[in-house]
Design a protein around this ligand. Structure first.
Ligand code: M6R
Length: 364
């Protein structure tokens, strides 16, 4: 039932504040209670973590990598499952592996899990479908708790995967002693603010996103740029746009711009720059200036501090509330998802059931 929404995708985008609140209600206790260790996962003793997944779930894992490395000082090996399963990665049996999947049935992800199991690694699964093959074969299951996701384009499962990964990374940081108690408390407070801020963003940005989407639907290509955790988010933005609107889109690390993609920049190439006011902001702004100097049209997605700091004349600037670094990827996902959604609606595509795609990919 789509309720008052035109598509399941739209409904699922708007369900995120509630879904995230539910995830946090279940995971914050995991951070706060060190006496209650995560089943089968001794983050304190593992030398490294391997992560594997496909599509949007892989991009959630890539953001998780930044968190595990930054907060928990835990090295992460990550790859798309279709490569991971065949790469013959020399993994230590003392390590642990995490597999991320909404459906829990993705063939390549399941094969990667079995590969790691054979090597003797501890297996964790971040899955939405509790009764799935990936959940059954894991030593520890971390439910995504997003509720059923019907739209082929993953939205709420993505942000809920991120919330689970953030909680696991903070919990790992705590057991590994790489953050102070005060830092843990501050991170938990930031996570707890997410549902309210998400609600506030969803209530306010739709009109401007619709106008922007009308504009974007006139183009054939789009480039998404970001640094740090905004880099995987740039790839997620491009994936979302291409899969439902069929506009060709690519996501790049902003620093890679001058290593190739800058050759594409002209007035027909809108560039969506994801730049919260974080430690990368100034560097991303200088990439943005390079785009503008070549006639590229910049759509800047930033926060209040970033909007004040940037003097660039953009095609459009989306301004979000300034939030703590750990929750920025979830908050910045919202305009990215809505932009893809409304662009697809303008293009008249089958938003919930895009051509050639299946919700669950059970063959490799
Ligand atoms: O069920 P899974 O999370 O394992 O699915 C992985 C991908 O097939 C999925 O995320 C796909 O990329 C989405 N359609 C993206 O919106």
């Amino acid at each position: 039932n789509k309720g008052k929404h035109r598509h399941f995708m739209e409904k699922e985008i708007y369900e995120q504040p509630e879904a995230i609140a539910y995830v946090l209600a279940n995971y914050i206790s995991l951070i706060e209670n060190p006496a209650d260790p995560i089943p089968s996962f001794d983050f304190a003793s593992i030398p490294s973590l391997a992560i594997s997944a496909c599509g949007t779930a892989y991009l959630a894992g890539l953001i998780g990598k930044y968190w595990f490395e930054h907060y928990a000082r835990l090295p992460v090996e990550i790859d798309v499952a279709s490569e991971f399963r065949y790469r013959e990665i020399p993994l230590s049996p003392q390590s642990a592996a995490l597999f991320i999947s909404q459906s829990g049935e993705t063939a390549d992800t399941l094969a990667s899990l079995r590969y790691c199991k054979k090597l003797g690694l501890k297996i964790g699964a971040i899955v939405n479908a509790a009764e799935s093959s990936i959940a059954r074969e894991a030593d520890a299951v971390f439910p995504i708790l997003a509720g059923p996701e019907i739209g082929v384009a993953s939205t709420k499962a993505f942000t809920c995967q991120l919330a689970v990964l953030a909680a696991l990374a903070i919990s790992a940081a705590r057991t590994r002693g790489t953050v102070t108690e005060n830092e843990v408390q501050a991170l938990v407070r930031s996570l707890a603010e997410m549902p309210r801020i998400m609600g506030q963003v969803l209530n306010s940005i739709q009109p401007q996103i619709e106008l922007l989407a009308r504009e974007l639907s006139k183009y054939r290509d789009a480039l998404y740029l970001g640094r740090g955790t905004s880099f995987p988010l740039a790839m997620e933005g491009a994936l979302k746009l291409k899969e439902i609107s069929y506009i060709h889109a690519e996501g790049y690390a902003a620093g890679e711009l001058k290593h190739g993609p800058i050759a594409l920049i002209d007035k027909d190439m809108p560039v969506i720059v994801i730049a919260p006011f974080d430690r990368f902001f100034n560097k991303t702004v200088s990439n943005m200036e390079e785009v503008a100097a070549r006639g590229g049209r910049v759509i800047l997605v930033t926060d209040e501090k970033g909007a004040t700091a940037s003097k660039l004349d953009t095609m459009h600037t989306i301004v979000l509330p300034a939030v703590d670094e750990i929750i920025a990827p979830m908050i910045f996902s919202l305009p990215i998802q809505l932009l893809a959604y409304h662009t697809a609606v303008f293009m008249g595509t089958d938003v919930d059931q895009p051509r050639n795609l299946a919700k669950s990919v059970t063959v490799e």
